[in-house]
Ligand binder design. Structure first.
Ligand SMILES: Cc1ncc(C[n+]2csc(CCOP(=O)(O)OP(=O)(O)O)c2C)c(N)n1
Ligand code: SF4
Ligand SMILES: [Mg+2]
Length: 275
């Protein structure tokens, strides 16, 4: 009897037999988009270091990926990744973590890494909630959504992460949902090729916490919701405030060139050492 093996099993560590992810979670779609991009570019996992913080999204690379992985403290993956990139500028350093990890406790690291334009590829998994810790309000939770820490509906205004990172100066910024795996793969491919700070925000279904809190139903209902609510920013430009209410603006927002920090740092170090 032949046993079919998933084509991406070879990207996984031999001894890891299962994932911590709940059935229906968007993390599986994002994992495939990341691995498709790496495979498409013919890149070697040995040339990567994957850095994550704490949260469900942080389990995407660690301990699964057969590569160097660094599972750091909550909110700090970009700080660790910054040190790594400056010490090992030849490595592809990819940060994969959640909206709470990267935009709440780690928000300062995010904007300053974008400002410095250090060559990191950041996949920010935005499920609109603190998933792993039981469903608390995050800085991405839409207004009015009921969570265990906002039982009468969140009164806060959520971050537009892409706008924030673009304003901080990042040369590559894109957002897709898990309903758009092909577009997400293309953006991750471009992000990996960018010599600079590149962020792909992946809006992702968490049926267990967010789906329940926002009464969006099961994973499939959430994917249908993403399908019906998403609009590319090029089309959104022509829509009025009322038509845009509740919509998810997707697309590639920034793609430009500017000097990258780690390569400049390396050159400067060599010049100073040579005297
Ligand atoms: C310093 C510190 N504060 C708080 C926590 C508890 N904590 C762990 S993960 C997490 C939030 C996770 O949310 P997110 O980053 O959005 O990831 P998700 O689980 O939704 O993928 C929190 C608050 C912690 N581990 N360390
Ligand atoms: S709690 Fe939500 S984000 Fe975490 S693994 Fe389960 S479905 Fe995914
Ligand atoms: Mg989250």
């Amino acid at each position: 009897m032949s046993v079919s093996v998933h084509p991406y099993r070879r990207y996984m560590r031999e001894h890891v037999r299962r994932t911590t992810t709940c059935p229906g979670c968007g993390n599986g779609i994002i994992t495939q988009a990341i691995l498709r991009a790496i495979e498409g570019l013919g890149q070697d996992m040995n040339d990567f270091v994957f850095v994550s913080g704490i949260g469900c999204a942080s389990w995407i690379p660690s301990p699964l990926f057969a590569a160097d992985t660094l599972h750091t403290t909550h909110g700090r993956p970009i700080a660790f990744a910054t040190g790594l990139k400056l010490g090992l500028p030849g490595k592809n350093v990819m940060v994969i973590s959640g909206d709470g990890d990267l935009a709440a406790i780690g928000g300062n690291h995010l904007i300053h890494a974008a400002r410095r334009n250090i060559g990191l590829t950041v996949i920010l998994v935005n499920n609109g909630i603190y998933g792993m810790t039981g469903g608390q309000t995050a800085p991405t939770t839409p207004r009015g959504v009921t969570t265990i820490t906002s039982p009468y509906g969140s009164l806060e205004h959520p971050f537009d992460i892409c706008a924030m990172v673009a304003a901080a100066g990042a040369p590559y910024v894109a957002r897709w949902t898990t309903y758009h795996p092909r577009q997400m793969t293309r953006s991750i491919t471009k992000a990996l090729q960018k010599n600079g700070f590149a962020l792909v925000e992946a809006i992702s279904q968490c049926p267990v916490q967010f789906g329940r809190a926002a009464k969006l139903g099961k994973a499939i209902d959430m994917l249908k919701y993403y399908k019906s609510k998403s609009v590319n920013w090029k089309r959104a430009r022509d829509l009025g405030e009322e038509e845009l209410r509740g919509r998810i603006i997707v697309g590639e927002f920034v793609n430009m060139e500017k000097p990258e920090l780690a390569s400049q740092w390396t050159r400067l170090k060599e010049e100073v050492m040579e005297g």
